[in-house]
Design a protein. Sequence first.
Length: 224
Amino acid sequence: MVRPALIFMTGIAFALGAGAAFARPPLDELDSGMSLYQRIGKAEALRNRIPFAIVDTVMRVESGYDPGARGDVGEVGLMQILPSTADMMGFRGPLSALAEPATNIAYGTQYLAEAWRLANQDICTTVMKYRAGHGETRFSVKSVDYCKRVRDYLVSVGFQVTGDIPNPTFGFNEGGGGGGPIRIKGRIRVRFGGGKCFTRVVQPGRNFGGCVSRAVLKEKGLLK
């Protein structure tokens, strides 16, 4: 009986060894692209107490799930985070690190979740504050358009959308001179008449309220 038992135990050892050789690879090796970003987003949404559908929709609208996306005023990665905003939140590192999906989604979701709380869970106000800054209370044309895109996608995935779509109060492209609002490629900026201060930065961070001249905008190709 010793020999059959030995053969049986040897068979078990072989099976276990074969199982180890063909063990399931780490999830990062199984997931890639959108599925990986969504998996990270779900974890961050849970950690920050915000519906994953909103995180996923903002990621889709902001970058189309492209981690290499760059915005007109320096936004980075999947969630289009400004380096100055990430810096304000405690990030320390190069742009390449901020663009890394897990890091970008973590900071973006944290900022979005705070907007969600400040907005009392109103969808349009949440995404307005995400794109224009937590301190903003007004809706530009761009922010209203952004909200419509977010709401439309949320409805398409079965998320219960509540609240109204607000009317914009600034950001209209009226044309001509004067001190009316202007539309720069990407986000809305407001024109300030007189002097060298053609626009001011409205994104949160160390440059908030800073003066930007027409010459600088033309040089960077940001004026239509």
